[in-house]
Design a protein around this ligand. Structure first.
Ligand SMILES: *Cc1c(COP(=O)(O)O)cnc(C)c1O
Length: 339
């Protein structure tokens, strides 16, 4: 703060270098939010009106807003049993207008990137990864964000790597895209007052960039902390009414969200509340049934798996610093649910 340099300075450069090095990619461009990361990634790839992007039907709304913000059309695909974009359903929806696939590593588990990237390559599609919940998650030892053309991260405070406010970033190995994204975030300008592109103001400020450098040092430790809680839930919750989350073979889940499924979800949530356990739902209304996307013409029953997850999903408490006694309490409360 005493430096008097609050925007586009050393702290941002340092964070970008450190985060790119952590992931093992060439470039990181800090931005204002995860939504901006998605929006600008789509824009940097010149995807717009008349183009289609394949997205999961069970994601947070921001993944789809990044597409529609650019005038492109989201084409929704159902998730697999790990809540990731179902690779086996992608080819059926590819058209001559399809430009990209946008897998979302929902809840902190990698999608089947091996299969998704193979399909994308076969059809000449870009891959834009939504890693807003998956900092540190891997498939076959490879970190999410490093598989596709561009990886999009959010550093919203609750995310596995969080700032003390809004911020996000994109990562890529492509120098042309990195340069374009650097310009897009700063009014489309590389040289001050020379505007090559119609850009936006989406800069990650110095204070957040400095805090994120500290946060990055603790990312692995935080992921391990949540993983220990998740192991306890997986080992000790035994209620036939509650389906526990599964991890794909060769994937490391970072448990941003510990999502269970229960057909009597609302009763379970009330029971837990009566036992002093507050839970959340991620997410109660799937994007295709949101009012803002009525124009896309989807209706109830169009994506039954996503709709079932929206009706049955419950997120158990899981956070860095959560006391063991609280974990005990959650386990006992779930095991005592009788429907
Ligand atoms: C949080 C989140 C975003 C958006 O990130 P913001 O920084 O809040 O804009 C996008 N996609 C997913 C899956 C998220 O969880």
């Amino acid at each position: 703060m005493r430096s008097g340099w609050y925007i586009m300075g050393k702290e941002l450069e340092n964070f970008e270098t450190l985060f790119a090095a952590y992931l093992g990619v060439k470039y990181c461009v800090g931005l204002n939010s995860g939504l901006d990361a998605l929006t600008l990634a789509v824009r940097a790839l010149d995807i717009g009106t008349g183009d289609e992007v394949i997205v999961p039907a069970n994601t947070y709304i921001a993944s789809i807003l990044g597409v529609t913000e650019n005038g492109a059309t989201p084409v929704l695909v159902e998730p697999d049993e790990y809540h990731g974009l179902d690779a086996s359903k992608i080819e059926a929806v590819i058209t001559p207008r399809t430009k990209a696939v946008l897998p979302v590593h929902l809840y902190g588990q990698s999608c089947d990137m091996k299969s998704i990237c193979a399909i994308a390559e076969k059809h000449g599609l870009y891959v834009i990864e939504d890693c807003a919940q998956s900092h540190g998650a891997t498939q076959n030892g490879q970190l999410t964000g490093t598989f596709g053309t561009i990886g999009c991260f959010s550093f919203y405070p609750t995310k596995p790597l969080g700032a003390l406010g809004d911020s996000g970033a994109v990562v890529t190995n492509n120098p042309i895209l990195a340069d374009k994204l650097r310009k897009l975030r700063n009014y489309g300008s590389g040289v001050k007052y020379v505007n090559e592109l119609e850009g936006v103001n989406s800069r990650l400020d110095e204070v957040q960039a400095a805090l994120l450098q500290v946060g990055l040092k603790h990312l692995e430790e935080g992921n391990a902390y949540r993983k220990r809680i998740a192991s306890r839930y997986l080992n000790e919750i035994c209620n036939p009414r509650v389906q526990l989350p599964e991890t794909r073979a060769n994937c490391a889940h970072v448990y941003h969200i510990f999502a269970v499924l229960c057909p009597q979800r609302d009763a379970l949530q009330q029971h837990l509340l009566d036992c002093g356990v507050k839970t959340q739902i991620h997410y109660p209304i799937p994007p295709h049934l949101q009012q803002c996307y009525a124009r896309l013409g989807y209706g109830q029953g169009d994506f039954p798996i996503s709709e079932r997850y929206a009706n049955e999903e419950l997120s158990l408490p899981i956070y860095v610093g959560m006391p063991e006694e609280d974990v005990d309490q959650v386990i006992a409360a779930i095991n005592s649910f009788e429907g």
